[in-house]
Design a protein around this ligand. Structure first.
Ligand code: 5CA
Length: 450
């Protein structure tokens, strides 16, 4: 992409309403525009990052055996009346009436709707397990929308739902999602810690929240410090044919140590289980939440299947959410400095920024064009700053938008046949020939494994 043809409306001033780094940088870098409290347009740069995050979430859901579909944002009130949640959900639910006077709502989550799909089509245990997901906008009329996309009213969520014949099988589905979540967040450069969690309006007994540590996080968390650096399970977990006990061991390893959010925190247990030097109390951002709630919805809505014993059983269910739009802010909270955002390679909107310090100079223009074309061909997706601004403007703009690498092309270096590569995170600079710079950048994106 050539910057001269891109839509990147940067802000010079930091809006006073933005209290945390991610919100400030998302506004300044032209990633989002607010329309009402908690409702945003995703401008091209922000949209591109969100799509990359969405794709990682999708790939790891698919790897774990979940199947993608799409449900509508607008739901009928009748399903929620059946489950009993229509009144319980309270003011957080945006209720709408259509022209015929029918009660509709903008979905805050989809347990009821997928239970309805399930009961329409699935009759026998032979068709189980089912694990379905979609990535769709939700609306929750939050009391205090704040911190930009972190607590929005309209937000993008990946929500998956599992249906099993009994509780043992439901726990296998739960474990698959638990493991997939750790891999998902690790691919985004995040250290997410699973914590025992309160289930709130979704219900059930077994539940974990996945939190990334950040001073600006809304949740207070207490955990064993060793959990912070525990590696993700890895992309080679055999979800399809592996022994369920192996999945359970992976989960057990990561739930054996104390880790709870404030709602579940018990100071006496924390102090007796965790040695003083390992007690970590911090703040965190909830990026995912998984629930196993058995037959709460299947019973209320009559979603049952014929079991191997010839009797009818209510499906045992779980639901599994990832805050896709929240992750855009969460990743920035975890990775930025005073100059701006520092994107991890896996979610960066562009692979590299090419800065032409003298637009109009034949040699600079030609070198930049060559580098640009070759990096495009190599699939690195460069952003070429071909605008006629001063060098200082270009440097601070490129630092702000946070691409992992920059190639700086100027007349002075080119006299000696060199361009400069800057690593955004470390600030390290190296001089290379244009060919070597292309090869270096291409190599950085060749291995994207965990
Ligand atoms: N039905 C379940 C699982 S699918 C559910 O709705 N879970 S949830 O309420 O915990 O939401 C799932 C994830 O969505 C959260 O972990 C969080 O990352 C994200 N999320 C929730 N509310 C908001 C919000 N107001 N703004 C942005 N993201 C949110």
């Amino acid at each position: 992409m050539r910057l001269s043809r891109y839509f990147l409306p940067l802000l010079k001033e930091t809006p006073a309403s933005a209290e945390i780094a991610s919100h400030r940088y998302m506004l300044r870098a032209g990633m989002i525009k607010q329309h009402s409290a908690g409702i945003y347009s995703w401008l091209p740069l922000g949209f591109k990052v969100m799509k990359k995050i969405e794709q990682i979430v999708r790939e790891e859901q698919n790897r774990a055996g979940a199947v993608e579909m799409l449900m509508p944002t607008i739901q009928g009130a009748d399903l929620w009346q059946e489950s009993g949640r229509y009144d319980d959900y309270g003011k957080e639910m945006l209720r709408i009436t259509d022209r015929a006077g029918r009660e509709l709502l903008y979905g805050p989550t989809n347990e009821e709707m997928l239970t309805d799909v399930f009961r329409t089509f699935v009759r026998s245990y032979k068709e189980l397990p089912q694990l379905l997901y979609h990535i769709q906008w939700k609306f929750r009329d939050e009391v205090r929308p704040r911190f930009g996309v972190m607590r929005g009213r309209e937000f993008l969520m990946k929500d998956a739902y599992s249906f099993d014949i009994d509780m043992d099988a439901a726990v296998v589905s739960y474990n698959k999602m638990f493991i997939a979540y750790l891999n998902t967040f690790a691919r985004m450069g995040l250290k997410a810690i699973p914590m025992q969690a309160d289930t709130g309006p979704i219900g059930g007994d077994l539940s974990h929240e996945f939190l990334i540590l950040a001073d600006t996080g809304e949740s207070e968390v207490f955990c064993h410090a060793d959990l912070v650096d525990m590696p993700a399970p890895g992309l080679d977990v055999d979800f399809a044919n592996g022994d369920p006990n192996d999945l359970q061991s992976l989960v057990d390893e990561r739930t054996a140590l104390y880790a709870r959010t404030d709602e579940m925190h018990e100071p006496s247990v924390f102090e007796s289980e965790v040695p003083r030097s390992k007690r970590l109390s911090a703040r965190g951002i909830e990026v995912g939440h998984i629930f196993c709630f058995g037959d709460k919805y299947s019973k209320a809505m009559g979603a049952k299947v014929m079991g191997p014993d010839g009797k009818e059983h209510f499906a045992q269910m779980g639901s599994y959410g990832v805050g896709v739009s929240r992750l855009v802010g969460g990743i920035i909270e975890a990775s930025h400095d005073d100059a701006g955002i520092i994107w991890p390679k896996s979610v960066t909107p562009f692979g590299v920024g090419i800065i032409n310090l003298r637009v109009g100079d034949d040699v600079c223009d030609k070198t930049c064009e060559d580098i640009y074309n070759q990096l495009c061909a190599a699939g690195v997706d460069p952003l070429y700053d071909d605008k006629k601004d001063r060098g200082g403007v270009k440097f601070s703009r490129m630092d702000l938008i946070g691409l992992p690498y920059q190639i700086v092309v100027g007349p002075r270096g080119l006299k000696d046949g060199i361009v400069e590569i800057k690593d955004r995170k470390t600030g390290e600079r190296q001089n290379q020939s244009p060919e070597a710079a292309i090869a270096f950048i291409t190599a950085q994106y060749a291995d994207m494994s965990l």
